[in-house]
Design a protein around this ligand. Structure first.
Ligand code: DLZ
Ligand code: SF4
Length: 527
């Protein structure tokens, strides 16, 4: 009788019909799931993220066992844990005398390259299957990208809408007469917004055991090599049922106002009307197309306005698929991009939250507590600041990859190198997302609680974003002045008198001098 197959399920592949399990023989094959040091430490992930992944993995293993699979589950603290997925694959093949390995492709280039060596380390054939949980395959994205000068998300998104029949009139045109209601997603937050709390789940015994393990192995002072972020209280869901409940709760209570306040930021309101399901989607606990269909239905039922439904669908069917397509199209070179030659180390306060710029303190503080921040907090506060000071793209990317519970390199790298830092030279964005304090002031209530004055343009009390913004444009004139979308801004700069320009540069230099590089730079990833 032919030997069985080792079917490997990774920590972000927690989907019962994942490619590697399809067509398997439940009597003969073995499913391997392994908590390993290499995955938990290739960057210093937020302890909440590790706890979420490990606990969701353990719950998923139970789900598979309930469906008749034999699951060989290797715990992080098992005495003979080899520390890597490749090592565990080879050990399991030998342990069970199996004849082949099947695995669904991972979300990250690093691990995909590693898998090329698995046939020789396992001594049996290894099949790496495409991850078809995404709506756009690698081939489909390549076809879309072929021959295009510009790879803008908007055009990709329209094709996805047409292809999957989402928010369309019977004649194929977009409902509401427009493809994109972005302009209706930018309401500043009025005083007294009172969003409902995000779904929270009490840890069960299995999660409690994981929390203890994570506490022992990872929690402590970042400067001593431990991982940044608060482990407790831990309130994430860890099963498909909980993820579905969290999403349904969002649809019922938050979606109607999500559209209006998608870009708003309010101190102390960590989630506003956001769904906070990125971690569930990216780990495989929710299915993107079901999420999209549910949101479309909420609009068709008159429960949510179109700017909310379209704005939400754009994130999942547009941005999420687009960044994943771009990642695999452009890797590994994309990780090395640094079009603006940014060389400044990431400041230490990204890892401590200890800064007197209130917007950064709020967003980093929230990130430390929750392993969550929404897209505008990421793009226009921490990302914008990193862009303006010229922080090294790889360090910035490692920060995002570490601190957010939903972060995997396929989503983080394009968002950092492409969107936030313009390090790809304009593949993703038509201009850098650079903004002065005025943007943050308009979209948040952070400035009221800040020791800097957002209306002051220069001088010791001026909002640092104001001088850094102009300093950034001056520093990068050669690279950016030819960009048609920046023409007006450079004209304004050209009209500034020389004294003003000198004082901007001097203020910026003084401020930049106060930044201390991180004590323990983020661990470098092998790519
Ligand atoms: C993020 C993560 C962590 C923290 N730990 C594990 C692990 O121990 N075992 C595992 O299979 N996966 C883990 N993951 C998720 C992987 O890093 C994920 O599969 C990436 O997409 C790698 O490509
Ligand atoms: Fe941030 Fe400037 Fe506003 Fe302070 S004044 S919160 S530094 S934007």
């Amino acid at each position: 009788m032919a030997r069985g197959i080792l079917r490997i399920v990774l920590g972000d592949q927690l989907t019962p019909d994942i490619a590697a399990l399809r067509g398997g023989d439940r009597d003969r094959d073995i499913v391997l799931m392994a908590e390993v040091r290499a995955e938990a430490t290739y960057v210093r992930h937020h302890p909440k993220k590790i706890a979420f992944v490990f606990s969701a993995m353990r719950h998923f293993a139970e789900e598979l066992r309930g469906q008749g699979w034999t699951v060989d589950y290797v715990c992080y603290d098992a005495a003979d844990n080899s520390g890597s997925l490749g090592g565990e694959a080879a050990r399991a093949v030998r342990r069970h005398g199996l004849g082949a390995v099947t695995v669904t492709e991972p979300g990250e280039w690093r691990l995909r390259r590693d898998m090329d060596g698995w046939e020789s380390s396992c001594g049996v054939p290894v099949a790496v299957l495409e991850d078809d949980r995404f709506l756009c395959s690698h081939g489909r994205f390549r076809r879309w990208a072929a021959g295009r000068k510009s790879l803008r998300m908007e055009f990709f998104y329209r094709e996805m809408r047409r292809e999957h029949g989402v928010l369309l009139e019977p004649d194929g045109s977009p409902v509401g007469g427009r493809w994109n209601f972005d302009a209706d997603n930018r309401k500043p937050p009025p005083a007294g917004l009172d969003p409902p709390p995000v779904a929270a789940f009490a840890p069960d015994a299995m999660t409690q055991a994981v929390l203890d393990l994570v506490e022992d192995a990872f929690v402590g002072d970042y400067a001593d090599g431990r991982h940044f972020g608060d482990l407790r209280p831990f309130r994430f869901g860890v099963t498909r049922r909980e993820a579905e409940e969290a999403f349904e709760r969002f649809v019922r209570s938050c979606l109607p106002r999500f559209g209006d306040y998608q870009d708003a930021m309010v101190a102390g309101q960590d989630t506003l009307y956001h769904s906070v399901i990125g971690l569930y989607l990216n780990a495989g606990l929710l299915d993107p197309l079901s999420v999209i269909r549910r949101v479309e239905q909420a609009w068709r039922d008159g429960h949510a306005p179109l700017n909310a439904a379209e704005g939400y669908v754009r994130q999942i069917l547009g941005w999420r698929e687009y960044v994943r397509g771009l990642y695999w199209l452009k890797m590994p070179a994309y990780a090395q991009t640094n079009a603006l030659d940014a060389q400044r180390p990431l400041p230490d306060f990204y890892w401590t939250g200890d800064t007197d710029l209130n917007c950064l303190r709020e967003v980093i503080g929230q990130t430390r507590r929750e392993a969550y921040a929404h897209h505008i907090q990421r793009l226009m506060v921490t990302g914008n600041f990193a862009l303006l000071i010229g922080a090294v793209p790889q360090e910035v990317c490692d920060w995002y990859l570490s601190v957010y519970a939903d972060a995997y390199e396929w989503v983080e790298l394009p968002n950092t190198h492409g969107m936030a830092l313009f390090a790809d030279g304009g593949v993703m964005a038509s201009k850098p997302y650079a903004a002065s304090g005025a943007y943050i002031d308009r979209m948040s209530d952070y400035c009221g609680g800040c020791r800097y004055d957002v209306r002051q343009k220069t001088g010791p009390g001026a909002c640092p974003f104001n001088v850094l913004y102009w300093d950034f444009l001056i520093r990068n004139r050669q690279r950016l002045a030819g960009n048609p979308r920046l023409g007006m801004i450079y004209k304004t700069l050209d009209r500034m008198d020389a004294d003003r320009v000198r004082s901007i540069r001097a203020d910026a230099a003084r401020f930049l001098d106060t930044l201390t590089p991180a004590v323990a730079p983020a661990q470098k990833r092998a790519s």
